[in-house]
Design a protein around this ligand. Sequence first.
Ligand code: ATR
Length: 476
Amino acid sequence: MLCLTLTGQTMEENMEILARNRSFVSMAELRLDLLDCEDPKQMSLIKSFEHDSGIPVILTCRRKTDGGLFDGSERKRNSILRKALEGGFSYIDLELDTKKAELEEYAKARGTRIIRSFHDFSGIPENTFSTISKIQAKGEIPKAAVMINGIQDLITLYKVREASSGKEMIIVGMGQYGVPSRILYRKFGSMLMFCSEKDTGNTGILTPSAMKQLYHADSIDFRTTVFGLVGNPVSHSMSPAIHNSGFEKIKFNAVYVPFLVDNVRSFFHFAEKLQIGGFSVTIPHKIAILPYLGRSSREVKQIGSCNTVVREGACWKGSNTDYYGFLSLVENDIANGKIQSAIIIGAGGAARAIAYALRNRKVNVLILNRTLEKAKALAESTMSSYDSLENASLYSGKADIIVQATSVGMNDEDADAAPNLKLTGHETVCDLVYSPAETAIIRRAQASGCRIIHGMDLLLAQGYLQFESFTGFKYP
Ligand code: ATR
């Protein structure tokens, strides 16, 4: 069940939020601490809300100390909840340290289930397992909302599922490291997961459309294979959109999740626990991942960097689809002789994969980099030529393909790494930067009539190859 947390300041606003998201969720949480419960009209709308909305509703009045907005007395909170409850609700959320015997009796008599919640914004309390069991033993539904500070915490949270032996509970891993526990809530043993249009407390809560349309979180079952992206940061990646829509198209029971990873070793431990099928690797882990691979393909050994890992029997196998993705876009022109020489701007990790790809296809390569020593090192290991980026103008018209492989131009549409390198129109120009789509060098290339390979073309090409490694099927 996906549960929409309603963050409106009035019931009218909440009705609108629910209407917008109705097709994504099957229940809602009404947050009384965000509403004016003194207003009789609002209270009347609150009381009839479950009836009016036609879905099960959790009634919550969250205190400031638990991440909510209510800062009145406990007596006041009690009376607000009691009054609202008269309308009839499926669930009421009461904190572990609140003792409201009368309210609890009233709730039970009305058939309202009690969710017994505890929050920890610093980490996972040591007694989490025993607290959950005690709440379950009382016939209430435990809700643990705890901060996840790294992959190791995610493993601990996953173990809670094993301790709880299939009884009802709600488990929420907060913060950016906790995002996988939200998407994979069913695998983490949680009976529902919250989603919201707004992340007011920076808790990592996802939107209803992301949970439903992008991740199909409520359809994930024990047979669903988990894939993902390992990196830091991962929140702006396009890969979940690429892979999840691909899985959906070919009816492949899998989900692709962004994993914010602080420690690669812990991630492998987690991947074993969850039986993850494979993952993409991005900055800054493409090199750190290498010692954990049981097998790696030839280009990974050559380049010394890996962006795709799949489970193969008992071991993890690494490949590099940045390499093959790039080649898939230039292979024909290399084969028919149109591309015989190349200039690569940059000498970092991305440039390295391109340099090996071109050299392995016998294209002559010149590396131009701001820092000459780095250009020299890459040129020596790939048997290429090199020069300083300052001298770029000397090489105008001298290459069949120019590959812009620095970070220059990322989120800056006017920045050009090599403004002095003139374009003649006969060369192919490729920029690895994909945001913005039209970088300064790409606009110059367009004006000169060059063939263009956008960063997005490369991103998709490497993603399609990854999809094939993950599923064994062509990207639909
Ligand atoms: P990646 O793995 O994305 O390639 P990287 O290994 O950090 O990232 O490499 C970044 C590349 O962009 C390098 O070639 C870097 O040049 P230096 O080796 O001189 O650092 C290049 N780069 C970054 N900012 C640059 C700038 N403002 N002008 C020119 N080159 C730049």
